[in-house]
Design a protein around this ligand. Structure first.
Ligand code: GLN
Length: 540
């Protein structure tokens, strides 16, 4: 029988519920359990694909092409749980499904209501992940207890124990215990209120995980337990981590969470195997080198907009015993300033994905600087398109070359829509999405880095490298080193006559893990370390 863990949050948003859920998945897997992860998001968008990164941070793409919440990135980085379209449901998607069924007459004349029809659809979406090959499903509920739009979800998870047995369900609630400087005290009242709100809905949490800047202390833990109707050992402290988010699972184990979950759900499991993870944390805490990478983007002040890129850079750093310092540069800044000044002291340049005109010219300036000055360049999605436009303008001498996304009348559309995208008018889920095969050209930097002849990577874009310019570019030194198996789509370009200049049409950042960095990121950081060595005269 599959067991279910529900993770809710209270007091404030941005508590790190996704990270905590992923860490719970991690520590249960490390005890040999087969885990599935899922996120329920109460907003009305059918998926986050249509949302601006300012609203919602990065859109995380899965192999099956699902555009999902960025917490699923944490799930993939911390666990091996296979994720799919069924790993992320929003209110919009649930309602859409119910309304479609209503239009098809599936409710046989009944009045369609939030309870039971919406709640039944939510329950079905949760229970769908259970099965003989799954020990535990962890379902994280987005938002904060008390949000109006979250109510149908809370009602649905309240009902699940009635359907499958209370002993098969565990409710974990995550709250904040703030420290008030003026009072010199940690305050437990918001946590008490949050649990009260949950209990009003009919959910008594079994475990409370308490985010805190300072040690919670026995008195506070006991007080919370008493007022929230919990066992003392079920109040778990989750202190802010000094070095890295990857320390969270170890902290939870130190506070006995893995054992507590197993006992409460009546699961027999093996001992917790965390040796490699502990070794990873040691490396993170004691880096031998530091390397600076510039990320030139358009949503730079929003930390979550390039979440997986920053994580992937960190992972590559871990494997080189290095701390990666990211210099976040607003692309528009480069439109006025001199690239050499802005990029001084930087050992590698990464241009990430993006949509729309703003900042494009600044990114082109940055790419030019990297190409002309032997600075390692890593272009991702839009970052590849930028590299191609820059090369066309400044090497091929097509001064007005552009992507038709930015200039519909360019005489040199080096990036353009291919035929099958031209008729697309709908915005949602209409891009080239998800895992696609890519064949690598023998002996290219790409092939040497992946050590494979064919790879699969995830896409999320509409525009493509225009095949008409391929030969002209290759003759001038920018070659296609990865392409779709039918040869039609350019997936990777590189400049062989440059220490490290590689750009990809896909998103490798969705496939990097802390203990298994993505090969392209690994190689990029290696090149940046080398560049730094040359720059400073130090041997790395
Ligand atoms: N805007 C570009 C396109 O749609 C790049 C997309 C991206 O970087 N994800 O092709």
């Amino acid at each position: 029988m599959t067991k279910h863990i529900f993770v809710t949050g209270g007091v404030v948003s941005s508590l790190g519920k996704g990270l905590t859920s992923a860490s719970i998945g991690c520590i249960l897997e490390r005890r040999g359990l087969r885990v599935r992860m899922q996120k329920l998001d109460p907003y009305i968008n059918v998926d986050p694909g249509t949302m601006s990164p300012y609203q919602h941070g990065e859109v995380y793409v899965l192999d099956d092409g699902a555009e999902t919440d960025l917490d699923l990135g944490h799930y993939e980085r911390f666990t091996n749980s296979p994720l799919s379209r069924d790993s992320n449901f929003t209110s919009g998607r649930i309602y859409l499904r119910v309304i479609e069924k209503e239009r098809q007459g599936k409710y046989l004349g009944g009045t369609v209501q939030v309870v039971p029809h919406i709640t039944d659809e939510i329950k079905a979406s949760v229970l769908k992940l259970a099965g003989p090959e799954v020990d535990v499903v962890i379902t994280e509920l987005g938002g904060t207890v008390g949000d109006i739009e979250g109510l149908p979800f809370l009602e649905a998870i309240r009902q699940i124990p009635l359907d499958i047995g209370r002993e098969n369900c565990l409710f974990i609630h995550l709250t904040l215990v703030p420290y008030l400087k003026a009072a010199k005290e940690l305050k437990t009242k918001p946590t008490q209120h949050s649990v009260q709100q949950l209990r009003q809905i009919g959910i008594q949490p079994d475990v409370l995980i308490v985010r805190t800047e300072r040690p919670l202390g026995r008195d506070n833990a006991e007080k919370i337990a008493l007022f929230c109707n919990l066992e003392k050992r079920a109040v778990i402290e989750e202190r802010d981590k000094e070095f890295s988010i990857y320390e969270v699972p170890l902290g939870l184990i130190d506070h006995g969470l893995d054992l507590l979950i197993l006992q409460k759900l009546g699961i027999q499991a093996g001992t917790c195997e965390m040796d490699d993870w502990e070794e990873l944390i040691q490396r993170i805490r004691n880096p031998e080198h530091e390397v600076t990478i510039a990320v030139v983007g358009k949503y730079i002040e929003h930390r979550d907009a390039y979440k997986s890129i920053y994580e992937s850079l960190d992972h590559a750093g871990f494997s080189h015993n290095s701390r990666v310092i990211v210099k976040r540069i607003e692309a528009e800044e480069l439109e006025e300033a001199d690239a050499a000044t802005v990029l001084a002291g930087v050992d590698g340049l990464l241009v990430p994905g993006g949509f729309g005109m703003r900042g494009v010219e600044g990114k082109i300036q940055a790419a030019r600087y990297a190409r002309e000055n032997n600075l390692p360049y890593f272009g991702i999605c839009l970052g590849m398109q930028i590299a191609v436009i820059e090369f066309a303008r400044n090497v091929l001498n097509h001064p007005d070359a552009n992507s038709t996304e930015f200039d519909g009348n360019t005489p040199d559309p080096v990036i353009c829509l291919l035929e099958d995208q031209k008729s697309v008018t709908l915005k949602g889920a209409s891009m080239r999405l998800g895992a696609q095969p890519c064949d690598l050209v023998e002996d290219s930097l790409a092939a040497r880095t992946y050590r494979q002849s064919s790879v699969s990577e995830r896409h999320r874009h509409r525009y493509e490298f225009n095949p008409k310019y391929r030969q002209e570019m290759a003759d001038a030194g920018l070659v296609v080193s990865g392409q779709s198996p039918d040869g039609k789509l350019a997936e990777i370009v590189e400049i062989p006559d440059h220490p490290w200049f590689l750009a990809v049409q896909f998103h490798p950042e969705f496939k990097s893990k802390p203990n298994l960095p993505h090969p392209l990121f690994h190689s990029f950081i290696e090149a940046a370390l080398q560049r730094q060595g040359e720059r400073t005269g130090a041997s790395v």
